[in-house]
Write a protein that binds this ligand. Structure first.
Ligand SMILES: Nc1ncnc2c1ncn2[C@@H]1O[C@H](COP(=O)(O)OP(=O)(O)O)[C@@H](O)[C@H]1O
Ligand SMILES: [Mg+2]
Length: 303
């Protein structure tokens, strides 16, 4: 049996839309039923008969077999958070955006994950991106925009574009001006299905030049700012990242310190949960102190 890639359905949608065909027109040209095409595009059918794929290939120019790309598929995500907790609602929200936009190649979907420092914006974006990376056939790009680093200046759009262009493996020299870089970057992204993670954006002006021009990509931005002007102007979707519940905070400590230590000092652990007020970074720091001093009573950590 030929094993087709997980992206077969998405590849058919992409190729069909590039060829400017409706599902009905594609059915007409291939002799397949509209239902078969729908089933393939929605990934209800993932292992079609080779004859079906041959018909689609002839009309749409799909690759005969899952051939490895000559180009490196960028996968720039830093490590996922081990023991990720909660965020079911936000993960579902991001999944819905993914199912709506880039899959149909109809628009660029931009989501803005906002919330206070240490609340878990980066962790959430990374966790979701790792889970869904396979849906982006052309890869995943990641830029740390350093929008809230007190020690270093924020990355300029031009610097960020330089890094992105390099990651896209565009031949030739990277041009120097912002407009030229933006143009080259958009050209390189056209027709590709990529996920772009822009972490820790300072403001909308830093993000805007980095948005792809053609549909097919999804952008996940994290920022302390709500980036309202991006939501108003670019129809970005807000995803609010808020405090963990007390149960989730307990779970975070349990994963990092072990159930035994928590139950042995239940009251002190409870106080850490209360004092950290659902902010994951505070919980992670408390857990790190406790983990590096295994004999220290948790009561001495609770402040
Ligand atoms: N959902 C989560 N599950 C487990 N740990 C988390 C979660 N969210 C955040 N953390 C922990 O809190 C730390 C700070 O989160 P981070 O995403 O960097 O915050 P932000 O980007 O909002 O400033 C992370 O390094 C991680 O250790
Ligand atoms: Mg962050």
């Amino acid at each position: 049996m030929i094993r087709y890639p997980d992206t077969l359905g998405d590849d058919i949608v992409t190729a069909r839309q590039r060829a400017n065909l409706t599902q009905e027109e594609l059915a007409d040209r291939t002799g397949l039923s509209v239902r078969s095409i729908r089933n393939l595009e929605s990934a209800r059918v993932t292992q079609p008969r080779p004859a079906t794929v041959r018909l689609l290939r002839d009309v749409l120019g799909l690759p005969a077999h899952p051939a490895p790309s000559a180009r490196i598929r960028p996968m720039q995500l830093p490590l996922d958070i081990p023991g990720f907790i909660g965020r079911a609602a936000q993960l579902t929200q991001l999944d819905r955006l993914l199912d709506r936009g880039p899959r149909r190649m109809s628009t660029v979907v931009v989501s803005v994950l906002s919330g206070r420092p240490g609340i878990g914006k980066t962790a959430l974006a990374l966790h979701w991106a790792h889970r869904r990376a396979v849906r982006f056939a052309d890869g995943v790009l990641h830029v740390h925009l350093r929008g809230s680093d007190p020690a270093k200046p924020a990355v300029t759009p031009s610097e960020a574009l330089g890094c992105l262009i390099e990651a896209l493996d565009v031949p030739g020299v990277v041009p120097s001006g912002l407009a030229a870089r933006a143009g080259l970057y958009r050209s390189a992204l056209a027709g590709r299905r990529m996920l772009l993670m822009l972490d820790d954006a300072r403001d909308a002006d830093q993000v805007r030049p980095l948005l792809p021009g053609a549909p097919g990509c999804m952008v996940v931005v994290t920022s302390r700012d709500r980036l309202t002007s991006l939501i108003a102007g670019e129809a970005a979707h807000p995803v609010v990242v808020d405090e963990l519940t007390a149960d989730e905070a307990w779970e975070l400590l349990r994963i990092r310190l072990g159930a035994h230590r928590l139950t042995a000092e239940r009251e002190a652990a409870q106080k850490i949960v209360t004092d950290c007020a659902g902010v994951p970074r505070a919980l992670a720091v408390a857990a790190a102190h406790a983990a590096t001093q295994p004999r220290l009573p948790l009561a001495e950590l609770a402040w």
